[in-house]
Design a binder for this molecule. Structure first.
Ligand SMILES: [Zn+2]
Length: 337
């Protein structure tokens, strides 16, 4: 399958979002551990500030109903674990670029632009961190480097795809098919994997169809994250989405506060931010991560455009992360008792 044909502004050299760029950068890194999660796909996990801890004798759902819910959390809280994943929807490259810059910042003290960010770096160093730079390599391989300057008409065609009769598969319509019937599409979009499955939404317990989601969830259970942050993008303003109503009450309260804090921080930095409101009833990869580990799981939707430069899109990720990680230093993300 070929990349979506569209002429867009050239990306800066530091915007690493292509699979060979990711592979190359990871191969140069020495202060972390890189693990390939699937033999057949370029699905990598990168570990910084790893620590050893005993394998729990119980899974979270059982521990949760026991007298000692912390029996699962053998990694303890010192430090907490941040699991930061990007590119679950392969067309959404902004989070991938942000993760690659964070990796470089942790590796060398400077991001891929050569910029220092001491406050963010010291916050990152206060956590155990597990990154997955690109959760959907299939979708990434056929998607543009970014979505700046893309028209309202092209946006869903790049992301959700095109039917064989030339009609656009809309965002909501794409969710009517698991998998997308590949024999009926001219272009599948970068949203699903190469088999047409949506890694984010095909996560019902007992039958997880994508090997990507299964590998991500296996890793989630293994590393016991306190915060599971899932980086996506959308055409509108940026938002750290509120947790779904299908979550622990304390997660919902904590998540809503964080969402509000990020909104204020982005506005303060004159970055486009959507005011958090409403109650999402999503059931997705985040819900599965919560059910496995009782983590606080949240999705950040970065704007793909809003007139921002590449630098400003990266900056908005930095501001979001600084806000969230500073909050985690004051109060743990997910109290399991
Ligand atoms: Zn998405």
């Amino acid at each position: 399958m070929k990349r979506y044909p569209i002429k867009l502004a050239a990306k800066p050299a530091w915007w690493h979002v292509r699979l060979p760029e990711i592979r190359r950068q990871l191969s140069t890194m020495r202060h972390c551990r890189v693990e390939k999660l699937l033999a057949s796909k370029e699905l990598y996990a990168v570990f910084f500030q790893e620590k050893e801890f005993p394998k729990p004798e119980v899974r979270w759902p059982a521990a949760a109903s026991s007298a000692n819910p912390n029996a699962f959390k053998t990694s303890g809280m010192d430090p907490q674990c941040l699991m930061l994943i990007a590119g679950v929807h392969g067309a959404e490259a902004e989070g991938v670029a942000a993760v690659m810059n964070l990796l470089q910042l942790l590796e060398t003290g400077k991001d891929l632009r050569g910029c220092e960010r001491p406050a963010l770096l010291s916050l990152l160093r206060a956590y155990r961190i597990v990154f997955i730079p690109c959760c959907n390599p299939d979708g990434r391989a056929i998607s543009p480097d970014h979505l700046q300057g893309v028209s309202k008409e092209d946006f869903p065609r790049i992301s959700q795809g095109i039917w064989q009769n030339g009609e656009t598969i809309s965002w909501a319509q794409s969710k009517e098919f698991f998998p997308l019937p590949m024999d009926r599409v001219a272009f599948p979009g970068g949203y699903p994997n190469r088999d047409g499955y949506n890694i984010m939404h095909d996560c019902a317990p007992g039958k997880v169809y994508t090997r990507e989601a299964a590998a991500i969830l296996e890793l989630t259970e293994r590393v016991q994250p306190d915060l599971f942050l899932n980086l996506h993008s959308q055409q509108g303003e940026s938002i750290l989405g509120r947790p779904s109503t299908f979550d622990y009450k304390r997660n919902i309260i904590r998540g809503r506060r964080l969402s509000e804090q990020v909104f204020r921080a982005l506005r303060k930095h004159q970055l486009p931010a959507l005011k958090p409101s409403g109650n999402s009833q999503s059931l997705n990869l985040n819900t599965a991560a919560v059910m496995l580990t009782r983590t606080l799981a949240m999705t950040y939707e970065s704007t793909t455009d809003c007139g921002l430069t590449f630098n400003q899109i990266l900056e908005s990720h930095y501001v979001m992360l600084e806000t969230v990680l500073a909050s985690g230093q004051k109060k743990i993300f997910a109290a399991r008792r």
